[in-house]
Design a binder for this molecule. Structure first.
Ligand code: CMC
Length: 428
């Protein structure tokens, strides 16, 4: 499409016609402002609650075609990346635009594995949380708290400083996550091991007891790596939008990433994997599935792990996850909840309600079952999602802050309240 594409509109209020350039299949919302009924009219707004049809940025990071079930990072299909790359290489790809060569990959992994420690005071901070504090609450708070340990991070325009914070955030996420987990368990914190892979080290910090050196199970280490690749970015989703919007104020990336993690926590977003598990437990047995589906159709609840704003055919991540699940179950044994999930999927995919609403299993439908089989408590699921998503948030933050068109994010509103009223003044 070229700039010669034009949208011609006629304002029925004034009879005037306007020509709005169409670029990349979009008109600029600010071009609507010239459409006025009088000189003092503010100009036409577009109204788009929940951003159903508004592009908030131009991005070269992730491409999704929701109708065809396509997901690509920097042009590479997710299926190929999941088969052939490591999570850290994918993180590099998202941030740098290209996959690293061997030397770049080695030095990138080295940098990440040498920034995994957190200040000892972070442990004291975590100690202050209640024993049953949700680990996602702990993660959100500790990610935000990192900004107080690295005050230089507020100098967001300095590229070297920016890069350092990116490394720290990717490196320290597993440490914060594992510390939150150990706190809930009442276990002493296990420190990072820089000889292990990114996911091997996470397993180490969560599971290590008295053994001198922890050896992660290679199948589980790899499965986690693939799951993180699948979660690494997903263009302008709720948490990424939070990352971009919050950082557009110029705040440091720790504070912005904490806001993104908070957005992810919600049950309609990254918290859905936790809700899927709770739902499968509630259903309890395969026999109860049809009755549960009927309740969903009556609108009593949503089928968690089903549906997506963008994917309307299938979620390619869910397909890859099913393969990972088989590998994991060979090690851990089959998760009994899998039978309920499979039956739920079978009945839902044949049911007119789900077909007509284009509701298919999303990434969260099976990820929780795998995490549970691997021994993670349910409350840790969104935390794992957050670890995987961090490189995406950071790549989007980088892109946003270097985009000359971006400014502080500040939507307009349509005011529908009282125009003007006055207080009843007391008589003199
Ligand atoms: N179960 C039953 N009905 C549903 C579901 C569901 N999971 N999702 C959507 N619908 C129905 C909804 O009731 C509505 O029906 P109607 O048009 O008759 O009123 C229609 O489908 C459209 O729903 P919507 O809420 O307008 O769609 P949305 O694009 O705003 O929501 C969603 C997308 C993911 C929030 C939603 O599908 C949902 O709540 N799913 C369950 C939670 C979930 O699994 N979230 C994880 C998303 S994938 C991971 C991530 O990227 O965060």
């Amino acid at each position: 499409m070229t700039t010669s594409d034009i949208l011609r509109v006629t304002d029925s209020r004034t009879g005037r016609s306007y020509e709005l350039p169409i670029v990349d299949g979009a008109i600029r919302a600010t071009d609507l402002r010239q459409i006025k009924t009088s000189d003092d009219d503010f100009g036409l707004l577009s109204y788009d609650p929940a951003f159903m049809n508004t592009a908030s940025c131009r991005s070269a990071i992730t491409f999704i075609d929701g109708d065809k079930g396509i997901l690509r990072y920097r042009g590479y299909p997710i299926e190929e990346l999941a088969r052939n790359s490591s999570f850290l290489d994918v993180a590099y790809l998202l941030l740098e635009g290209e996959l690293p060569d061997k030397a770049q990959s080695a030095s990138w992994s080295y940098e990440i594995s040498h920034h995994t420690y957190v200040h000892e005071n972070v442990k004291k901070f975590i100690d202050g949380f209640h024993h049953d504090a949700h680990p996602m609450g702990i993660l959100v708070s500790t990610v935000a708290a990192l900004s107080t340990f690295y005050p230089e991070a507020s100098r967001v325009k300095d590229q070297q400083i920016e890069r350092k914070q990116i490394i720290r955030l990717i490196a320290k996420m597993p440490t914060l996550a594992a510390f939150a987990y150990r706190h809930a368990k009442g276990l002493p914190y296990a420190y990072p091991d820089d000889q292990l892979s990114y996911t091997g080290n996470l397993l180490n910090m969560m599971d290590k007891m008295s053994q001198p050196r922890y050896q992660p199970n290679p199948v589980l280490e790899h499965a986690l790596d693939v799951l993180f690749i699948l979660h690494a970015d997903h263009e302008q989703n709720c948490s990424t939008n939070a990352m971009r919007a919050v950082s557009s104020s110029g705040v440091d990336p720790y504070s912005a990433a904490a806001a993104a993690a908070a957005a992810l926590y919600g049950p309609l977003h990254g918290g859905a994997n936790e809700q899927v598990l709770r739902m499968l437990r509630d259903i309890g047995s395969v026999d109860n599935v049809p009755a549960y589906i009927e309740r969903v159709k009556r609108g009593e609840m949503r089928l968690m792990g089903f549906g997506h704003r963008v994917y309307k055919n299938f979620d390619p991540r869910a397909r890859i996850i099913k393969t990972v699940a088989d590998q994991v179950f060979e090690v851990t044994g089959r998760n009994p909840l899998l039978d309920i999930a499979l039956e739920l999927e079978r009945i839902a995919l044949a049911d007119d309600y789900f077909v007509s609403h284009k509701l298919y299993p999303n990434v969260d439908f099976y990820s929780g079952i795998i995490y549970q089989a691997m021994g993670f408590p349910v409350a840790m699921f969104p935390v794992l999602f957050a670890i995987g998503r961090m490189p995406g948030w950071l790549a989007q933050w980088q892109e946003n802050s270097s985009d000359p068109e971006q400014k502080i994010a500040r939507p307009r509103q349509i005011y529908v309240g009282e125009r003007l009223r006055h207080l009843q003044e007391a008589d003199g």
